[in-house]
Design a protein around this ligand. Structure first.
Ligand code: TNX
Length: 498
């Protein structure tokens, strides 16, 4: 069934009888297939003609229709001085996230099945308009059709706000940057040894004590529940689902410093500002620990409309293995009881995985294989390819290199379906690029490690493997990097761009 409607974006067109004649058509209007789009769409068919589109500036009120309202709002916020008539059509023949854009006869028609597809379409359209020169006003765009859909439903970015805290405004700027490349999940690492970053009602010391510190002893910080809710909503309007992570039973020193009762033998500990891992653990034998976790998960689940809750589970070197298994089994049930699907770092596959628990592969392929054998989905974050906190090369001013140096080509030239022994396309929910923040203190630092590598990873998660080609990606990336720079996004000057 087709539901067609003309989005009446402007009244101006009919009011104004004084429209100037179109400027002469440039000789070199790029074909759709020549535009430097990232991630590269699944299919682009060039048409024969070129159309002229007159653009307007002014206010645009987004439709109240939930399917297209966010897409309209996205475009008008990103290109505030640019309004042009678009036709949005909803059709149920599109897969999740898929869309089609037709450019013909001076008309742009966008089709998708749902909200996410419409948002993906306008993100592509923004790039088409920009690289066709629309920022200057009127625009000539080559005819043709873009027919696109994501390779994987989940394309994620993780920000560690625990090692260094980033205020909500910074996170919003990160959301703006990653949304443009069709990243649709933002995983917030909300707790670690060095800091607890979210207000939990009834546990004031989590933020009074647990949030006061960060790596190197600079003051930390936390999100109030109101700020967190606002972030989640901000992200949602841009097509991004937020996933909260409370890391446990290890990586919990900040919580233990706030509430020693959670610690083995109730031992008091000092806040931690170093960067070691693997020394803290909840006391897995205590009922009060599970009551605490239940309260935390309940509150975060209520604040988070997305389907996932990340329970951490990595590097619990201070927890006996049997205890670890018992703990992870129990916490999966707590998460499920609050209506969320658990996600855990790959070590959680050594427990009894509940139905639907997602295993995030970061270091141990054999654990991902266990997940597969248990019928559970795998989220691919191999540290050697996707860890944005890894340095590009020995000249990088910040970052770590325990897993690898990850120059741009290394972030691009891999296939999630052949990366880990025994894990193929059908086992994979998607990919995620984590930015751990031991060495990351500012938005400038975030940009430096994230860009341009995130564009490579965004394409790995979106574009069919057989469409991806390094030299062609480099060509498109050069143009994208120029655009990022004009937007004030600092980009690492990777040698492969020269
Ligand atoms: C390993 S990756 C960690 C983090 C560190 C990161 C630094 C993972 C699940 N755990 O605690 O921040 O390395 O690269």
């Amino acid at each position: 069934m087709f539901l067609s409607r003309l989005a009446s974006l402007l009244l101006l067109a009919s009011l104004c009888t004084c429209a100037p004649a179109p400027p002469p058509q440039p000789v070199d209007v790029p074909k759709l297939s020549e535009l430097p789009l990232i991630p590269l769409p699944a299919t682009i068919s060039d048409g024969d003609e070129v159309s002229y589109y007159e653009t307007y500036s002014g206010e645009m009120t987004p439709s109240s229709d939930a399917t297209i309202g966010d897409a309209q709002r996205y475009l008008s916020e990103r290109m505030p001085s640019l309004i042009l008539p678009l036709q949005y059509t909803t059709s149920d023949r599109f897969a999740e996230g898929a869309y089609r854009i037709d450019f013909a006869d001076g008309q742009i028609e966008i089709q998708a099945g749902e909200r996410e597809g419409m948002l993906n379409a306008v993100k592509t359209l923004e790039q088409v308009l920009h690289f066709s020169g629309a920022d200057a006003g009127a625009v000539y765009i080559a005819g043709g059709t873009i027919d696109d859909q994501p390779r994987f439903p989940y394309r994620g970015y993780m920000l560690d706000v625990a090692r260094h805290f980033f205020p909500a405004d910074t996170v919003k700027q990160v959301i703006d940057r990653i949304a443009a490349y069709k990243i649709n999940h933002l995983h917030l690492h909300l707790s670690d040894d060095q800091g607890w970053r979210i207000e939990i009602k009834g546990y004031p010391r989590l933020t009074e004590v647990g949030a006061a510190t960060e790596v190197d002893g600079t003051p930390g910080g936390f999100y109030t529940q109101e700020e967190y809710r606002d972030l989640v909503e901000y992200a949602m309007h841009k097509g991004i689902t937020v996933i909260p992570e409370i890391d446990m039973p290890g990586h919990t020193n900040a919580a233990l410093a706030a509430y020693p009762i959670l610690n083995v033998e109730g031992a008091e500990v000092e806040p931690y500002i170093g960067t070691k891992v693997g020394f803290s653990t909840f006391d897995v034998d205590q009922d009060s620990v599970y009551t605490f976790i239940d309260d935390v998960v309940e509150q975060l689940a209520a604040l988070t409309p997305g389907p996932y809750f990340h329970l951490g589970g990595d590097e619990s070197n201070a927890t006996d293995h049997e205890d670890y298994v018992r703990f992870v089994n129990e916490v999966q049930q707590i998460v499920r009881s609050h209506g969320k699907s658990p996600i855990g770092w790959d070590e959680v596959a050594t427990s009894e995985l509940a139905e639907g628990t997602i295993v995030q592969l970061w270091a141990h392929s054999e654990y991902a294989l266990r997940a597969k054998e248990a019928g559970n989905p795998v989220l691919m974050s191999p540290a050697t390819r996707t860890y944005l906190d890894m340095q590009y090369d020995t000249a990088s001013r910040i970052g770590l290199h325990w897993a690898a140096y990850i120059p741009l080509d290394s972030a691009y030239l891999w296939d999630p379906a052949t990366q880990a022994e025994g894990i193929t396309d059908g086992d994979i929910l998607g990919i995620e690029a984590p930015l751990w923040s031991e060495t990351v203190r500012t938005l400038e630092d975030i940009d430096y490690l994230t860009f341009p590598r995130l564009l490579a990873l965004a394409e790995v998660g979106w574009t069919p493997q057989e469409r991806r080609e390094w030299e062609d990606f480099r060509r498109r990336l050069r143009a994208q990097v120029g655009w990022l720079e004009t937007q004030g996004v600092g980009v690492y000057e990777s040698r492969v761009l020269e």
